[in-house]
Design a protein around this ligand. Structure first.
Ligand SMILES: Cc1cc2nc3c(=O)[nH]c(=O)nc-3n(C[C@H](O)[C@H](O)[C@H](O)COP(=O)(O)OP(=O)(O)OC[C@H]3O[C@@H](n4cnc5c(N)ncnc54)[C@H](O)[C@@H]3O)c2cc1C
Length: 489
């Protein structure tokens, strides 16, 4: 990379001449003919060159070999094009990168696992702080575990499960611990042990001014990071979590129903709603309608209960088939849900939090009609509740939606070059988003963002938004850390 220093120097100079960095060096717009501005420009380039040589961070531009690899994200549909990638080694490197972005007046986005639906972990023409080298796991006393933000969920499970411990987290193997935790983080174990962010007890955090903070449990920043931390105030360089004993088994029951029309889909959904919220805390269930085909998944990891049997008994006569399995190897069981691991084209988004079927009854027929008539359009509802809704977690986190029993989402997938299919999906997607919005279903999950959400601030953060804005003002007044839906001070 160092042999490309001349190219890099040219690129940095172009950025500065394009207007970045002027305020820091306190001069008027630099032009080729202005000797003072030219001298100041050279000074900023010298500073950046110096930083390139430290051990804490390496700056890459698209002239560098590794750039494309580091700029690759899970969602190929939302690919962006940053000017500089800062590949950091540690919290000091993050701090240096933030200061240099400020010097260049570049916005900063933060990448851990790169699974943001809208690619809020990248930008066009700005700096991306790439945390991929911060992916280590370290055990502390009392079964606490310190995890780097770019550790992927499968790497986390690979380390914790053989030690007979679990951290409640998501199911997809290549999602990063960083983004998942900072937006909430739910999965199979959340109704028993809370969201991933509810298990966060300490963190190392670099704010938008480059200052490094060691956060303990009751720090206001830790409150903010538990659900409101995605690319808003600064960069987390490590998380400390409590862990829980691994369960003895992980079992599922899976129902299938095919060739559904709107009426049958509605009956199935209403039945599922009626029984699913009664499930004990060790259970999770998802209602997944893909065009005319339905899958209902129910998992549990403790003793079978009457509430679980009630849901199974209610669904059995109205579905086409049912399978179930008990697995005592938890690692093997979770691997079944790791999903696709390489980048794909898709549009996914939260489709509202609900408490009962009545919350959606005003629009659900139109929603289901659209889904059953559009093969490949997926409407999914997941159970929440249990420990997620405990008031104890509520007061300690900015995650705003503790009162709901269900979270729904929309998904569509296509292949490269299928532009007509994509455009059709996007049209139907927006149509359904509008139906829910007009029906009053406006609370949305931060980790399932959509650029199309109206009033996204209250949708994600509810009543916590003003407090989050005050924290933004305190730790990133210049709005250096930002993306399209980051908290505004
Ligand atoms: C296939 C798939 C499956 C999923 N399954 C689940 C699931 O089961 N449960 C669930 O809750 N969610 C799930 N999600 C959503 C997932 O939680 C979010 O997409 C999450 O934000 C991704 O985190 P990441 O680190 O991989 O992404 P990134 O794109 O790297 O980051 C996402 C956001 O967090 C910010 N961020 C990341 N790291 C830091 C940091 N260290 N400091 C400050 N800001 C940071 C980024 O700036 C960006 O705004 C899934 C997503 C996908 C694509």
């Amino acid at each position: 990379m160092l042999n490309q220093q001349d190219d890099r120097r040219k690129i940095i100079k172009t950025l500065i001449l394009a207007g970045f960095g002027i305020q820091l060096i306190g001069c008027t717009t630099p032009t080729k003919d202005d000797p003072i501005a030219k001298k100041n420009t050279e000074k900023v380039i010298d500073e950046i060159e110096q930083a390139i040589k430290t051990n804490n961070v390496t700056y890459l531009t698209n002239q560098d070999e590794k750039f494309d690899e580091l700029a690759t994200y899970f969602n190929r549909f939302t690919q962006k094009s940053p000017a500089i990638i800062a590949l950091v080694m540690n919290a000091d490197g993050i701090s240096e990168a933030i200061l240099h972005a400020k010097a260049l007046k570049l916005p900063v986005a933060v990448k851990s696992g790169g699974h943001s639906f809208e690619q809020f972990s990248s930008n066009n023409g700005g700096m991306v702080i790439n945390l991929s080298l911060l992916n280590k796991i370290e055990w502390l006393e009392n079964n606490l575990v310190k995890i780097g933000p770019a550790c992927l969920l499968k790497e986390m499970y690979d380390e914790l499960l053989p030690k007979q411990r679990i951290l409640p987290a998501g199911s997809c193997g290549t999602v990063g611990v960083g983004g998942l935790t900072l937006g909430g983080g739910y999965g199979f174990f959340a109704r028993k042990y809370g969201l991933t962010c509810d298990n966060l007890i300490a963190s190392t955090f670099v704010d938008g001014n480059g200052k490094i903070h060691e956060l303990s449990d009751d720090h206001e920043l830790l409150w903010a990071l538990r659900g409101g931390g995605n690319g808003n105030f600064g960069v987390v360089s490590s998380f400390t979590f409590k862990t829980h004993p691994i369960p003895q088994h992980f079992s599922y029951t899976r129902f299938k129903a095919k060739n559904l029309d709107t009426e049958r889909a509605k009956l199935l959904l209403e039945t599922w709603f009626e029984y699913a919220h009664q499930l004990p805390e060790d259970c999770f269930s998802a209602f997944v309608l893909n065009g005319q085909s339905l899958t209902v998944l129910i998992t549990h990891f403790e003793q079978e209960s009457s509430e679980l049997s009630n849901l199974i008994s209610a669904l059995t006569p109205i579905c086409d088939s049912v399978t179930s399995k008990r697995n005592t190897n938890i690692a093997d069981a979770l691997k079944n849900y790791y999903g696709i691991q390489k980048p794909i084209y898709f549009k996914n988004a939260s489709a509202g939090y609900y408490s009962t079927f009545e919350d959606v009854s005003g629009c659900i027929e139109q929603v289901l009609e659209k889904v059953v008539s559009t093969p490949g359009l997926i409407y999914q509802v997941n159970t929440l509740g249990g420990a997620i809704n405990s008031s104890q977690h509520g007061s300690k986190s900015s995650y705003a939606h503790r009162n709901f029993e269900y979270l729904s989402e929309l998904q569509t997938y296509w292949s490269e070059g299928q532009n007509q299919k994509r455009d059709n999906y996007l049209k139907e997607f927006e149509y359904i988003q509008n139906l829910f919005y007009e029906n009053g279903n406006r609370a949305q999950y931060r980790n399932y963002p959509s650029i199309g959400f109206k009033m996204w601030d209250s949708a994600y953060f509810g009543d916590n938004y003003p407090r989050l804005q005050r924290i933004k003002q305190k730790y990133d007044r210049d709005n250096t850390i930002r993306h399209e839906q980051s908290i505004r001070s």
